[in-house]
Design a protein around this ligand. Sequence first.
Ligand SMILES: [Zn+2]
Length: 105
Amino acid sequence: MGVTPDSGFVEVSAPPAEDGGFLEDDFLADVKATAKHPGGTCGMARILASLEGDPLRWKVQQALDDPGYTGIGIATVLTNRGYPVSDYTVQRHRNNKCGCARWPT
Ligand SMILES: [Zn+2]
């Protein structure tokens, strides 16, 4: 015999046994990462984020804040201008029913 196992094993370092903090921290960080939504979670927020620095952003925000502008109207014009969004998404956003309200940026 005399076969020396040509081990491909990498030495695995054990997690700190005392508090196990290392593994737990990773877990919590991962969970937190899934809950973070930079720029908002919904399609409306993503459009607003993409309009950062664009004067159009203020007009869109103005329309969202003014009930005189219908959600379907905002959605239609935005979609026509290359920012596809549904009126449902617009309405949820302006009524704070979307994910943005729960995860403010
Ligand atoms: Zn939103």
